[in-house]
Design a protein around this ligand. Sequence first.
Ligand code: GUN
Length: 281
Amino acid sequence: MILIDGKKIAAELREELKQEVSELKAKYNKVPGLTVILIGDMAPSQIYVRNKEKFANEVGLKSEVIRYPETIEEKAVLDKIEELNKDESISGILVQLPLPNHIDKQKVIETILPGKDVDGFHPMNVGNLSSGYESSVPCTPLGCYLMIKKIEPNLSGKKAVMIGRSNLNGKPMAQLLLKENCTVTITHSRTKDLKAECLEADIIVAAVGIPELVKADWVKKDAIVIDVGINKTDKGIVGDVAFDEVSKVAKALTPVPGGVGPMTIACLLKNTIECFKRSLK
Ligand code: GUN
C-alpha cells in the first residue's frame, strides 16, 4: 500500500511555488498578495488561518490577515471586500468559512471579484470549472486531484466515486475528475447502497464528515482512496475512512492528519499565484 504523504507533496509544491514567486518578483518587481478575512474566534478557523499565513510567508507572498469580531456588521465586511477588489497589490481574497449567522455567505462570495476568488467559490468560477474553462478551483479538491495524479497520471476511463456533494468538495472534485475522462458518481445521504457504489470505484474521495464510514469491505482491491474527513472523536481526530483496515486493501490511501490538509493550504498559495498571473494578461 502506498501511503500518500500529503505533507511531503505539499512541501514539494511549496518549494516550486517559492521558486515561481521569486521569478515573478524578478520579472515584474512585485509579488502576489493574499488577504484572508477571519471573523470571530472559532478555534479551527484560527488554526487554518495561522497556517495559511505561515506558508504564504514561506513561499514569499505578500500576506495579510484581517481579523474582525463575531459582531461585525455584514456591510463592513462587504465594504472591505470592495476595497480589496480595487487594491492592485492584492491578487487573492479569502473569507474564512463558516461565517456568523447574521452574515450572508452567498453575498460575501459574490462580492469578491471572480479574478481574486482564490477559493473558486464565486458562481463565475463554478460555472467556468463546470464548462471546462480556465477558473480558480476550490483548494481542497484541487489538492486531492494533485495527489491522485501523483499515484495515477492517466485517469482516463477510471470509475470515481465522490462521497458527499458539497460545493466545497464533492461537486468541484467531480468536475476535475470528469475533465480527466473518469466516469464519475456523486453519492450523498440519500444514496440507496453506498457500499455497492464504492465497491465499483477505482478512486474514492470521502468528504462527508462521518468518522470511519468507509470500511475495508467497501473498497475494491487496488483502489485509490482519498480521505477529506476531519472528525473529532473520543480516540482523537479521525477521517471518513477506517484507515487501519482500508490500508490493507487499497492501492493508495491518504492519512488523517497529514494527507489532504497540507495540500489544501499549498493549493491556496498556488491559486493566489494563478490569480496574479491571470491579472497580468
Ligand atoms: N473553511 C474550511 N475550509 C475552507 C475553505 O476551503 N475556504 C474557506 N474560505 N473557508 C474554509
